[in-house]
Ligand binder design. Structure first.
Ligand code: PGA
Length: 252
């Protein structure tokens, strides 16, 4: 019922020529995939080149962040209309690296989601706890606050366009994946929380990706979990062979 959605977050990597080379390989490797939404999220400077390469393919493009105003004196920022103009369909919002290094807060995440939806960009909204929070038994509290503060107040139609990425911070780039059970527990909890802020039926349709050291070896077990609907992949999305293997995961 929920179509799998697998996205590669390239983070601050790739020049134009590297990005074009990666996308050319990837296109060929995933050309036969029909039943999965495949997304790449390059840096702003290579969006245009990647967009051209992706024309006519089964891969969509996301940006890694966005600002909530549409134009004006906001030096260094990029607006939803600019992302749309260059061919983005999705945008990652509230990634933990933005929260950690650039002061992103739930309030700004909410504004960015609203502005993106107004431009018909599909937000991928990231939530997740730090290691100290997990060890202190606070995972549910932290994730609940993030879900409510980022996502409360959207209409049914808006919620249907939002994807959530659960990314435990301790699992990002560390090689320490959450076990499928640990991830499923939080995914089910997120869906339950969504049921409180939107119609229960809508909450059943929202796709929740897992992110944090996803690789070709652990994707199948993660995707077997009933509430895991896809993956947000960092490191393993920088090589066409590993990302395409993740996209072509097999349910055991
Ligand atoms: P990782 O990153 O796959 O390298 O752990 C995931 C992410 O931050 O989206």
């Amino acid at each position: 019922m929920r179509r799998p959605i697998i996205a590669g977050n390239w983070k601050m990597n790739m020049t134009v020529s590297e990005a074009v080379a990666l996308v050319r390989q990837l296109k060929a490797l995933v050309a036969s995939v029909r039943d999965i939404d495949i997304i790449v999220a390059p840096t702003f400077t290579v969006l245009q080149a990647v967009s051209r390469e992706l024309e006519g393919s089964n891969i969509e493009m996301a940006a890694q962040d966005v600002f909530w105003e549409s134009s004006g004196p906001y030096t260094g920022e990029i607006s939803p209309i600019m992302l749309k103009d260059v061919g983005c369909r999705y945008v990652i919002i509230g990634h933990s690296e933005r929260r950690q290094y650039f002061g992103e807060a739930n309030e700004s995440v909410q504004k960015k989601i609203r502005a993106s939806l107004a431009m018909k960009l599909y937000p991928i909204v990231c939530v997740g706890e730090a290691l100290e929070e997990r060890e202190a038994g606070k995972t549910s509290d932290v994730v609940k606050i993030q879900v409510i503060q980022c996502l409360e107040g959207f209409s049914r139609q808006e919620m249907e366009k939002i994807t959530i990425a659960y990314e435990p911070i301790w699992a990002i780039g560390t090689g320490k994946t959450a076990t499928p059970q640990q991830a499923e527990e939080v995914h089910a909890f997120i869906r339950e929380q969504l049921g409180h802020i939107t119609h229960r039926q809508v909450s059943q349709g929202v796709r929740i990706q897992y992110g944090g050291s996803v690789n070709p070896d652990n994707i199948s077990d993660l995707m077997l979990q009933p509430n895991i609907d896809g993956a947000l992949v960092g490191g393993a999305s920088l090589k066409a062979d590993s990302f395409s293997s993740i996209v072509k995961f097999k349910k055991a």
